[in-house]
Design a protein. Structure first.
Length: 479
């Protein structure tokens, strides 16, 4: 049977010699017509295959090129070479898939990340992306594990919706109408009554609103799924398609919400550190080498490992938005006009540079900012008694700034309706959301974590396009 094989990671960890095994994988290098470096994606470490001279036909050996897929049967023996304790002495070699050497883009040399994005269908085979996506897998598993252990219910929220959860209007339209001959109503507007759903629909920007509905039945739920933003931001921090984790908890106030978010972040990062230590060590070394090319003032003060330990081992500092603004106004970078965006005062939206200053320079620990001005936050956040702020919170970490945004939700129907009207949120579209406030309403809270931002932080990759398999960005929907 073809799958009677052992994975290379398991073989290398066992280090047991004197037994016959079968391995399968892809050739990284083939040296001296004798030494094959084989990798199957289970680890970045290659297994050395020894094909003794004269044992195999020359026509077979010519097919063993970088990228070719092999099935190898042989005896595990101690290695006399440096860097490995065991190797496989081949007794049978089979080429499962040939790879023309003159056409294969991934040659055994260093490739730029920009080039690898152009061949994203192959970049999984590199050490960097092998490490990144194994870490991504571990983080995704840890997310489900954390919530399962806490008794949360996993909810699949709709990808096609008729509402804009954020009220920002940056959505992708979903339609089956013929774009070249759009039907019009009597007023000349597009007649969505003839569309598939009989109304205008979009790809979701968040599963939060639907998760809130489920929380009023199960108490504690979470979503983990794709979301879409038609925001024309061509930056290293934005994607048009990305994954979001959004827990919603009935009977939680803002303080409960902050405590859960802190525990959650520390849990999943600790899990990755424990279960993908080899990959994180490789990525830490890669980042250190990359930063050597930067001017001194552009280099991070902490290594990747130190950043992760910084988050896992420190209690998160809590500071109100009002106090944070005062700290930033009085900071040396602001007074010396070093910030790209000057701190103008209360009511402004904080930029990444401000968030990073608070984390990396002022508090020197992860920071939770809470009680933001209502004018810069979404309609569903609970209004505080001061009449100016809402019970919102953001969690900031070194290197990227905000990683989590959340709030206590407005459970009072009259307050929610008043806020929706002031922000021109169509109440007719969200009748069901308002209904939940009429039928057994309770204090409840939740937060959102952009999964790719998390993966970017944990892996140390500088561009968010390098932590999702096939990035969707303005002008790019390849693969």
């Amino acid at each position: 049977m073809i799958n009677q094989r052992i994975k290379i990671k398991a073989l290398l960890s066992e280090e047991a010699t004197g037994r016959e095994v079968t391995v399968m994988g892809w050739v990284r290098t083939f040296r001296n017509n004798q030494f094959i470096s084989l990798n199957d994606g289970s680890t970045n470490t290659n297994l050395q295959i020894v094909a003794e001279l004269g044992q195999f036909d020359e026509s077979l050996l010519k097919k063993i090129t970088t990228g070719a897929a092999l099935k190898v049967k042989g005896m595990v023996v101690p290695s006399i070479g440096k860097g490995q304790k065991i190797e496989l002495k081949a007794t049978e070699l089979e080429v499962l898939g040939e790879c023309p050497a003159d056409e294969y883009p991934l040659q055994p040399k260093k490739h730029s990340l920009e080039f690898l994005r152009e061949i994203a269908h192959l970049r999984f085979r590199t050490n960097t992306f092998g490490a990144v996506f194994r870490v991504r897998h571990a983080l995704a598993y840890a997310i489900h594990k954390f919530f399962h252990e806490k008794g949360f219910i996993y909810i699949h929220t709709p990808i096609i919706t008729a509402s804009d959860a954020e009220g920002a209007g940056e959505m992708f339209r979903v339609t089956t109408l013929p774009l070249e001959h759009l039907p019009r109503d009597e007023n000349g507007n597009i007649d969505y009554r003839q569309d598939f759903f009989g109304r205008s629909t979009n790809l979701t920007v968040s599963g939060q609103l639907e998760a809130e509905l489920a929380a009023t039945a199960f108490s504690e739920v979470y979503t983990f799924g794709p979301t879409f933003r038609a925001e024309n931001s061509n930056t290293t921090r934005h994607l048009a398609e990305f994954w979001m984790i959004e827990p919603e908890m009935a009977f939680y106030d803002l303080e409960d919400n902050m405590l859960l978010a802190e525990e959650f972040i520390q849990y999943i990062i600790r899990f990755a550190m424990e279960h993908t230590a080899e990959d994180l060590a490789f990525l830490a070394q890669r980042l250190a080498e990359e930063e050597k090319q930067l001017p001194q003032d552009k280099r991070s003060e902490m290594s990747l490992t130190e950043k992760l330990e910084f988050v896992v081992n420190n209690r998160f500092e809590r500071v109100t938005y009002t106090d944070a603004i005062e700290i930033l106004k009085e900071s040396a970078p602001n007074k010396k006009k070093k910030f790209q965006f000057p701190v103008t005062g209360w009511g402004m939206d904080l930029q990444s540079e401000h968030e990073r200053y608070l984390v990396e320079k002022h508090f020197r620990k992860p920071v939770i900012i809470y009680n933001y001005p209502g004018a810069i936050k979404a309609f569903y956040m609970r209004q505080n008694d001061d009449g100016k702020t809402v019970a919102a919170m953001d969690i900031l970490v070194p290197g990227i700034g905000e990683i989590v945004g959340g709030s206590q939700r407005e459970e009072r129907p009259e307050k929610l309706l008043e806020r929706m009207r002031s922000m021109n949120i169509p109440e007719k579209e969200l009748w069901w959301y308002l209904d939940i406030r009429r039928f057994g309403s309770v204090p409840h809270s939740g937060f959102g974590l952009g999964f790719e931002r998390l993966v970017q932080f944990v892996t140390g990759m500088n561009n968010i396009r390098d932590v999702i398999p096939f990035p969707r960005t303005p002008g790019n929907a390849e693969f």
